[in-house]
Design a binder for this molecule. Sequence first.
Ligand code: GDP
Ligand code: IMO
Ligand code: MG
Length: 422
Amino acid sequence: MNTDVLLGLQWGDEGKGKIVDVLTPNYQIIARFQGGPNAGHTLEFSGKKYVLHTIPSGIFRENVINVIGNGVVIDPIIFKKEIDKLSESGVELISKLKISKKAHLILPSHRILDAASEAAKGKSKIGSTLKGIGPTYMDKTGRNGLRVGDILSANFMEKYKTLVDKHKHMLKQFDFEYNFAEFEAGFFEGIECLKKFDLIESEYYLNHAMVNGKSILAEGAQGTLLDIDFGSYPFVTSSNTITAGASTGLGIAPNRIGEVFGIFKAYCTRVGSGPFPTELFDETGETLRSVGKEFGSTTGRARRCGWLDLAALKYSVMINGVTKLIMMKADVMNNFETIKVAVGYSINAEVTDMLPFELTEEVVPVYKELKGWNTDITGLKSETEFPVELNEYISYIEDYLGVPIWIVSVGPDREATILRNL
Ligand code: GDP
Ligand code: IMO
Ligand code: MG
């Protein structure tokens, strides 16, 4: 069997965690392929809410193996906290979670470097989650990094100290004060916690699983517009968040990728700095933020909100080869008389539907106005109950993107999920 992929098409926080959890019963393995604890994936069921940072969102279902792939970066401190919290909620983990030996470790000094680098950037800061993501991937590509498999080697402490010393040396170039002991607290307990798990060659595990007919869903983190190659550089994360990232982040060949589920909000949000052409600074933006509870799952920061950007979405669909779309948070726009979507950009009086090299202030969205449904869709159970205007919104998006919308989400709970007949 081929591996299906689920990933974000906007600037992250599209609702990946919720939908991976909803789709998990269709799969035997769920595998995270990139990113680290900069991610915050929220799941809600039975009146409870959970936020996952490193652990795949299939963890709450029975008879499913969850894999943290080689493309992921793991902070042992955050990992242990997550494990402890899940264990307290009664989730059995040891038999359900496997970790790639090739996943890289986020060291305490990576977090310090992240903080120092952001502080030095001043106004032009990226708005990083400060989880050490950038410096860890820099060490990976710079061939200095430490991997999960290294924790099993006799000279791990030596390797750790060498890298930390190097980081301390690098930190001298910044005017940044830090207390190393504070950052390091809990690190070695985290390493011991990691050792309790099945540390594997996940590329073999996953490829053997496919040969044996097992079904796999690859779970992305962040979103396409935060991709290191195709996102709004430099205001991006440091990994490939796109379908190709699932190949490199799991060792699954491109021709073994099956469906690509592209997930987007019925509007747009962004947390952190960087361009956002359809951002709203008015009451409508405020309404989206308050009704949509748009505050970061990882940092608690208020998310910037705006209209759906179809031109950007079309770009994401192209880069990822999306086969089915999933539209989230339609319920957040329950009370709108009209809704706008960007269908292109006007740049110095020329109109294009292609994303320009740089999204500067000169890039002004061109909007199409559609009728809002202006009615509560929260409790709906089937697409036959959809108001006419919601169906029109769906059709407009499908026509523009040339890909069908398979799922419409109308609330944060697992149950508030409507599968359409395609
Ligand atoms: P992820 O990072 O892509 O997993 O998304 P986040 O969990 O960071 O953010 C999505 C937020 O929207 C979470 O608080 C979810 O509980 C919530 N959510 C997901 N789907 C829906 C929906 O259809 N309607 C509403 N109102 N909230 C949703
Ligand atoms: P999930 O998986 C939304 C953003 C940060 C910042 C930029 C770089 O929950 O969708 P980094 O910490 O990677 O150096 O930050 O990327 N960012 C996210 N925004 N959702 C995420 O993950 C994000 N992960 C990183 O806010 O702008
Ligand atoms: Mg999130």
